[in-house]
Design a protein around this ligand. Structure first.
Ligand code: ARG
Length: 406
C-alpha cells in the first residue's frame, strides 16, 4: 500500500485529509506536526493533536520541534535580507513552508513513503511552496493535495469528520483563516474579504494594545544577527518571542495590505508581526551606518528579488542560494546596537544607532570646528562631475531654463 506523509496541523482540513486520502486513494497516512512556533498561547497539547490524527486513521503521528531552526536559519536570513515582499509583508507564512517541507521529506525517508501531502487549496501560495519545495529536495517524491480534489465546503468537512468520529473542535461557522508561527500571524477571511472594511479586533492577538507606556529597547546585532535585547543575550527564537510581546503590547506590528499572490489573485491580508517588522527596521538602519554605498545600493535591489523568490516558493533554488551567498558577504560588519522606541498605538521610531564598524566619520560629517574634510578638494571634483551637463547646456540648451512669467 502506498504510504503518504502529511503535513498535519491538527485542524479540520488536515484531519479530514487523513481519512479522505485513505478512503479515496487507498493509502496509509503518517502525520507530521512541525512546530514552527505556532499557537504560542492557545496550544492544545501534542497528545490531544496526536489523538485526533490517530482517530482520523493515521498509522503514526510525529511531532518535530523546528522552532530553533525556524529562527536561526530562516528568520535570520530574512532579517539579513530585510525581506519584505512588495515592500511590506515580512514573509510570515512563506518562511515557515520550507522548514515544514524539509521535515516532511525527512520523515518521508524515515517512513519509506512514496508521497507527501498538504492540506492547501488551489487558490493560495502555500500549495506552490509545499510542492516546489518538495520537488527541489526530493524530485522522486509525489505530492498529493487532497483539498484541491475533494470539493468539500467547510460544512461538508465538519459532517465528514462527524461521520468518521474524528474529534474536531471546529464548527461550521469558523470565520477566519489564520496561519501563525514564530515570525507572526496571517489573518484572512471574514469581514476582511472586503478591502474597504476595517479589520475586526477579535482575531488579533499579538498587536492588541496592552500598554500606553512608551517602550524603549536596544537590540544588538553581530554580523547581521540579533543577539541581545537591552544587553541580555538570548537565542534568536526567544528574542523574537520577547519582542513580539513587548513591541506588540504597544500595538506595533500590524499590517493591512492588498498583495499579489503567485497564482494571479489579489488578496487583502492582515498580518501581526511586531518582532519581524522591528528587527528588519533595526537591521536595515544599522546597515545604513556600516555598509559601503555601492554594496548598500546593490543589496537593496537584490533584497526585493530575494523576497519575491521566497514568497514564490523558491527557498530551495539556485538563484535564492546565490543571493544568500551575496547577502552573507555583506553582513560581516553589520555589528552594533540600535535603539527602538515604541509608542502606543502602533508607532515605532529608531532613535539611535552605533557600531564599532561604522563608516560614519564624525570628522567628515561635522560642520563644527572638528571638521577634517578638505573643502578645497571639492572644487575640481564638482567641476568635472558637472562637465557633461555644462557642455550639453552650452551646445543644445536646457529646456525650461526660464521660470514661467505670470
Ligand atoms: N498571503 C500570505 C502568504 O501567502 C499568508 C497566507 C497564510 N494562510 C492563511 N491560511 N491565512 O504568505
Amino acid at each position: 500500500m502506498k504510504r503518504v506523509v502529511l503535513a498535519y496541523s491538527g485542524g479540520l482540513d488536515t484531519s479530514v485529509a487523513v481519512r479522505w486520502m485513505m478512503q479515496e486513494w487507498d493509502v496509509e497516512v503518517v502525520c507530521v506536526l512541525v512546530d514552527v512556533g505556532q499557537d504560542a498561547d492557545t496550544a492544545e497539547s501534542f497528545d490531544d493533536i496526536r489523538a485526533r490524527a490517530m482517530a482520523a486513521g493515521a498509522v503514526e503521528c510525529v511531532l518535530v520541534d523546528a522552532r530553533q531552526e525556524m529562527a536561526e536559519e530562516f528568520c535570520a536570513r530574512a532579517i539579513a535580507a530585510n525581506a519584505r515582499y512588495e515592500g511590506k509583508y515580512p514573509l510570515v507564512s512563506a518562511l515557515s513552508r520550507p522548514v515544514i517541507v524539509r521535515h516532511l521529506v525527512d520523515q518521508a525517508r524515515k517512513f519509506n513513503a512514496q508521497a507527501v501531502a498538504h492540506g492547501c487549496t488551489g487558490k493560495g501560495n502555500d500549495q506552490v511552496r509545499f510542492e516546489v519545495g518538495t520537488h527541489a529536495l526530493a524530485p522522486d517524491l509525489e505530492v498529493l493535495a487532497p483539498a484541491r480534489n475533494w470539493g468539500l465546503t467547510r460544512a461538508d468537512s465538519v459532517d465528514y469528520a462527524q461521520k468518521w468520529n474524528i474529534p474536531i473542535k471546529a464548527t461550521k461557522d469558523k470565520i477566519y483563516s489564520i496561519d501563525e508561527n514564530l515570525w507572526g500571524r496571517a489573518v484572512e477571511c471574514g469581514a476582511m474579504e472586503d478591502p474597504w472594511a476595517t479589520p475586526p479586533e477579535e482575531p488579533m492577538t499579538l498587536t492588541r494594545v496592552r500598554t500606553h507606556e512608551p517602550v524603549e529597547l536596544t537590540v544588538s546585532f553581530v554580523a547581521g544577527v540579533p543577539v541581545s535585547l537591552d544587553g541580555v543575550e538570548m537565542p534568536l527564537a526567544e528574542l523574537i518571542k520577547t519582542l513580539n510581546d513587548r513591541a506588540g503590547a504597544t500595538g506595533f506590528g500590524r499590517l493591512d495590505m492588498v498583495e499579489n499572490r503567485r497564482v494571479g489573485i489579489k488578496s487583502r491580508e492582515v498580518y501581526e508581526c511586531p518582532a519581524a517588522l522591528a528587527l528588519i527596521a533595526a537591521h536595515s538602519d544599522l546597515e545604513d551606518l556600516v555598509l559601503e554605498r555601492d554594496v548598500h545600493h546593490e543589496k537593496a535591489r537584490l533584497e526585493t528579488r530575494w523576497a519575491e523568490l521566497v514568497y514564490d516558493g523558491l527557498w530551495f533554488s539556485p538563484l535564492k542560494e546565490a543571493l544568500d551567498a551575496f547577502i552573507a558577504e555583506t553582513q560581516v560588519h553589520v555589528t552594533g546596537d540600535v535603539r527602538m522606541r515604541f509608542e502606543a498605538p502602533g508607532a515605532m521610531r529608531i532613535v539611535g544607532r552605533r557600531s564599532p564598524k561604522a563608516l560614519y566619520d564624525y570628522g567628515l560629517a561635522t560642520y563644527d570646528a572638528e571638521d577634517t574634510f578638505q573643502h578645497a578638494d571639492s572644487e575640481g571634483y564638482v567641476k568635472i562631475y558637472g562637465l557633461g551637463v555644462k557642455t550639453w547646456a552650452a551646445r543644445q540648451g536646457a529646456k525650461n531654463a526660464t521660470p514661467p512669467r505670470p
